[in-house]
Design a protein around this ligand. Sequence first.
Ligand code: FAD
Ligand code: DHB
Length: 393
Amino acid sequence: MPHERTRVAIIGAGPSGLLLAWALRQSGIDSIVVENRSRDYVLGRIRAGVLEQGSVETLTRLGLGDRLAREGLVHDGIYLQWGGERQHIDFAELIGRTVTVYGQQEVVKDLMAAHDAAGSTVYYDSADVAVHGVETTSPRVTFTHEGEAHDITADFIVGADGFHGICRSAIPASELALYDRTYPYAWLGILADVAPSTDELIYALHEDGFAMHSMRSPHVSRLYLQVDPAEKIEAWSDERIWEALQVRLGVDGWNLTEGPITEKSITPMRSFVASRMDYKNLFLVGDAGHIVPPTGAKGLNSAITDVTLLAAGLIDHYAGDDTRLAGYGAASLGNQWRVQQFSQWMTELLHRDTTDLQSADFNYRSQRGRLDYVSRSAHAQRALAEQYTGLGF
Ligand code: FAD
Ligand code: DHB
């Protein structure tokens, strides 16, 4: 059985795991990444699309910014829409910050290319991944790869293995509280081979439910519809999807151009936070420790924040200073609760909740009142702009 030794064993080759391995490598700290899915599967997962300005700066600082600078679409703001009216919120004018539309898949592709060129060790298609002895100074990871059993001993184990991963459960239940809520709606997302009908993202509250128009490139549109979490994707023909998008996104004098749908799926929405991001020599980053509903575009960005904080802590540790590593959990959670309240606010601002019929109509009108307030108050717009583009504390 191959016995390997590394400083940091990372479980999961999503954006969190690959970025952490890359940040450590840039500072001369070796790591090994263990992923249970295939490389193609990881690359093919269509998820987030918006990078905060701080995330762009982080990727650029780590030497991952070339294609991002060429192909990323810099957006000065977003549109909010309700009651048939669309209002532009101009982040650049309000606070001098922007966001960049660049798919999570592209970030992962850039990371894979960087690791390939550098010769990093990433085991894809690993089976029976297990972590052992996280409370000791020599924790281990075991797994099977290409029929061979592997055993890695490390100084630290990092759970970058997403919400359904195994690392969070290596923390004793008595040491961990889980805070979560589910929402009575889900997102049906499509990719379509058609030029976006808008220059910046449109977030719309409609009586029939939320809709959003995003994009991936000048030729590919990404659109979302609020649906019931129990809906089956088979019930949504391409015609039905476009029809709903036309109704919910429609405003006078504007046209939504339709095109061939190349991907469609339904994603449930939940908020979830684990009460700790570290336990002895185990650290959690990204979705392994927390999930947000996607409305504020924060999932990928908070994963990047975690990685930035943890990489700094580990780099300091190997330079003889444990202050930042000891503060990682508190720093990550502090950021996360700011992110959670914003994601919850954006979600509840823009989705139609009809579960309680008695208050549904009241709530809808109150939501429109809130949007009307945001549209009139420069203070409210600045608060939105600051949080959407990333606080960068
Ligand atoms: P992940 O991307 O989940 O990566 C975890 C990795 O660990 C995966 O590759 C997984 O295969 C691997 N893994 C799991 N278990 C094991 C194991 N036992 N052993 C080894 N490897 C394991 N955020 C937004 O901001 N906007 C969006 O529109 C958006 N859409 C989303 C749609 C979906 C369907 C999902 C699930 C998430 C979405 N998110 C979105 C959230 C965003 O994509 C995540 O926050 C981001 O992927 C977090 O990165 P991560 O690396 O922490 O976790
Ligand atoms: C996208 C996803 C989001 O959750 C969001 O708030 C904005 C854009 C996207 O996939 O493009």
